[in-house]
Design a protein around this ligand. Structure first.
Ligand SMILES: Nc1ncnc2c1ncn2[C@@H]1O[C@H](COP(=O)(O)OP(=O)(O)OP(=O)(O)O)[C@@H](O)[C@H]1O
Ligand SMILES: [Mg+2]
Length: 348
């Protein structure tokens, strides 16, 4: 007898039972109920392999550091950072705007040889942004009509957990660079207290064993913050500061800044000296919040370079344009113009 996969019974011309094939087609029905945060899903942990480190750094957009100059004074700070990291303490780099904190933090992190994950502090950052969360909820509905008068329906909600940089670094022993961490509200950073002290990361939205992650022995953290108080910057809680080794940075020496301008722009050292001379002269005279950093030197250098040899007669204007960024009033601008003129005259 030939096997028939359809029950022959029909009611008003229609089969009352489904065939196995029909049932397979119909169940299970998967619907993506919520695509809560597409971006975070895209940033899920890349596959582990030889290029693991690169892949992770790309996924977490750790900035690349080009033309890094390892002058004597740079190396000195570098050594201190490495010493404390190797002793097991997280390091907090503090310094004025544009003195080189982020570049140095990234450089040291790269030198440690572990993948580097990056967080940029921000007013809107929450603990979830640091540790991760349920980024996508998938709903699975199963409808079973195996017996014609019995209908079984089952809804399953599955939540995918996605690690964010802090959880990832703690789990796998990566190096975390938390840039401008004092821009984040202190409550969001509370999670760091037990990471640094008890070396345990607690995931508040998980339950049972999964709630606690033992921090990997290779986990290291470098935090940066600005020594000049700006609007939008929070004072970190003392308990957190107590757990960090703080390294105060200042602008690098004249020669180091000249080398940095030279490395970034390819300008001859004489031109770089002129630029750094003007910037440092204004740095001495302007209030803290307006002091130009090494970035200003590089910007003037790039402008000079773009002028292709015609820069000398425009040098003053280039310097004024770059220095004018933090000008608050027309009077401020006039004062800066005068300072630039004086500084250039003093170079002659
Ligand atoms: N050692 C270095 N070698 C080469 N370039 C450097 C070095 N240190 C700093 N720079 C350059 O100087 C500029 C300012 O550096 P960086 O962004 O690291 O400063 P920062 O202190 O983090 O500034 P901010 O307070 O604005 O965040 C950047 O363009 C960077 O590339
Ligand atoms: Mg920075």
């Amino acid at each position: 007898m030939k096997y028939k996969d359809t029950h022959p019974r029909k009611v008003r011309g229609a089969a009352v039972h489904q065939t196995i094939g029909e049932k397979m087609k119909e169940t299970p029905v998967k619907t993506k109920a919520k695509q809560k945060d597409k971006e975070k899903k895209n940033r899920s942990v890349p596959s582990i392999g030889v290029s693991e480190r690169q892949a992770i750094e790309e996924a977490y957009l750790a900035p690349e550091i080009d033309h890094f100059v390892e002058a004597h004074d740079v190396k000195n700070v570098e050594k201190r950072i490495k010493l404390w990291l190797n002793t097991g303490y997280p390091v907090h780099l503090i310094g004025p705007t544009g003195c080189g904190k982020t570049s140095l933090a990234m450089h040291v992190a790269n030198e440690l040889g572990r993948p580097v994950v990056w967080i940029n502090g921000d007013e809107s950052i929450t603990t979830t942004d640091l540790i991760g969360g349920y980024s996508q909820i998938e709903q699975e509905s199963i409808r079973d009509k195996y017996v014609h008068n019995v209908f079984k329906s089952k809804d399953i909600l599955k939540a995918d957990w996605v690690d964010n940089p802090l959880a990832l670094a703690c789990k796998y022993g990566y190096t975390l660079v938390y840039n401008e961490f004092s821009r984040t509200k202190p409550a969001a950073n509370n999670i760091l207290l037990s990471v640094f002290e008890e070396r345990i990361l607690e995931l508040p939205t998980k339950f049972g064993e999964e709630r606690y992650i033992k921090v990997h022995p290779d986990f290291k953290a470098i935090l940066t913050s600005n020594s000049v108080e700006y609007a939008g910057v929070h004072r970190p809680q003392d308990a957190l500061l107590d757990r960090l080794v703080s390294i105060y940075m200042d602008y690098y020496s004249f020669d180091t800044e000249v080398n940095i301008v030279n490395a970034h722009t390819g300008l001859p050292k004489d031109d770089a000296r002129k630029i750094v001379g003007v910037v440092r002269s204004l740095r001495e005279k302007l209030p803290d919040a307006q002091k130009p950093g090494t970035r200003a030197c590089i910007m003037i250098g790039q402008g000079l370079r773009a002028l292709n040899g015609q820069g000398n007669k425009n040098f003053e204007q280039l310097c004024i344009d770059v220095m004018a960024t933090k000008t608050r009033s027309p009077m401020d601008l006039i004062e800066k113009q005068a300072l630039v003129k004086d500084a250039i005259a003093a170079l002659a």
